[in-house]
Design a protein around this ligand. Sequence first.
Ligand SMILES: Cc1cc2nc3c(=O)[nH]c(=O)nc-3n(C[C@H](O)[C@H](O)[C@H](O)COP(=O)(O)OP(=O)(O)OC[C@H]3O[C@@H](n4cnc5c(N)ncnc54)[C@H](O)[C@@H]3O)c2cc1C
Length: 487
Amino acid sequence: MTARPTTTSVPTTTTPMATAPSVAPVAPPAARGAARAGSRPAPTGRPRGAYLAAKRPCDVVVVGARCAGAATALLLARAGLRVLLLDRAAAGSDTLCTHALMRGAVLQLHRWGLLDTIIAAGTPPVRSAVFRCPQDDVRLPVRPTPGVAGLDALYAPRRTLLDAALADAARRAGAEVRFGMAVTRLLTDGAGRVVGVAASPATRAGAVAERAAAGDARRRGGDEAGSGQAPGPREFLVRAALTIGADGAASTVARAVRAPARRVGPAAGSYLYGYWRGLPTDGYEWFYGPGSSAGLVPTNDELTCLFAGRAAARMRPVRSGTREARTALDAVAAAAAPGLTDRLAGAEPVGRVAAFTGRGAQLRQAFGPGWALAGDAGLALDPLGVHGISDALRDAELLARAVVAAGPAPGPGLDAALGRYQQARDRLALPMLAATDRLATHAWHRSSPRPALHALYAAMDAGVDALLALPPAPWADGGWAAGGVGR
Ligand SMILES: Cc1cc2nc3c(=O)[nH]c(=O)nc-3n(C[C@H](O)[C@H](O)[C@H](O)COP(=O)(O)OP(=O)(O)OC[C@H]3O[C@@H](n4cnc5c(N)ncnc54)[C@H](O)[C@@H]3O)c2cc1C
């Protein structure tokens, strides 16, 4: 059974919230009583777990359990909040990606105590990036991160590894994690505030697990959830003080609340992706040919991911897994970098070629009454910028810090904290959006890609600086205090 489509299933009973409170910048309040909670049991009187089956209200329900959602749930749970993390996909499932993490993401995984898991899984270290531009090549060594011994490499883990490591850590920290459960609509109170979600099993495994777990509790659902809305057939209602949409660019949560677009980027590329064995790389390699781009990224299992793309309007659509897709990938890669053809000829293609049809960038309103967005749900950029995962982890931490500082309960404190989250996100995201949008045009046959690349990497550095400047976390960080990598 496949996941239920959610885009059409949010019913009209869900109340739209077109505007969020306007918030003046103020100094961040001190973290509320949660300091260094780590993965210790929740404070007395705040039971954790069994929110879905028993209809016990939780503090935060997070929709989407990949890099944004699992990271947000992990940090909130470590801070002692009661968290339910839902994803309609099966546990450990893959998703289309080039995998490349940038410095900020590596720093955060290290701080959270998860980088060693990525390294131990055999993810190859990347110590330089080469930008092969029409005029010349530029090689940049990976700069060590100040104050962290040994943090001098990047990594490109498969999503089956990265997302699972984050979700496992969230579970270990006390979050209830449920895969195979699709959020179909949001619950609202009489004033239009989001007060939770309705979810349904999206996979056969999800349905079996929920039937076993729920028993009679499910049938008590509506009233116990306190939403005043009865569950539909096969629906579970979950009441939460805050609902976080980390459910990707086509976010069900963002659409249900009609989160306004704060900025859109019109440029969109289309890309093809495949894996090769026996294709050594010179670190991350990025190619910018006439109207075309490509990249080589070394990942797990001694595989190298190759992508190649063009502006969407200049790419003939092909279906994933077809012979046309493989032929097109070879042709676009050769256009971006003629030398790639010989390198590919000496390597073994593994698996199918996948196609990604481009979409313009979108920065959405990040919060409103009872809801907030993280990751691609709030900020989705063209993949050519290669920063989506890093942005998602950064925003997960900024959002988690805001929620922990103010507490998840409704009120002006939470609104102000979420306003500061949005300001911080936008300040870091807007230069990245502009630079990525310029790259996505693939128009560097008229002008060099270098200015856009400089702008992109300046935006990346600003993101790393912002992470380094954060005050101590209100949760226990796995490896940060001890410093050093690969201990
Ligand atoms: C082709 C491609 C290549 C990319 N390459 C890179 C790269 O090399 N480096 C990089 O940093 N970024 C890359 N990105 C971007 C990166 O993949 C995204 O930015 C990142 O995945 C965003 O993470 P997320 O957790 O916000 O959302 P997603 O990864 O999209 O995860 C959202 C999750 O929400 C779940 N979900 C959705 N709706 C519901 C619902 N109604 N109920 C329950 N669950 C739901 C989905 O099942 C999914 O698991 C690439 C993107 C694409 C498309």
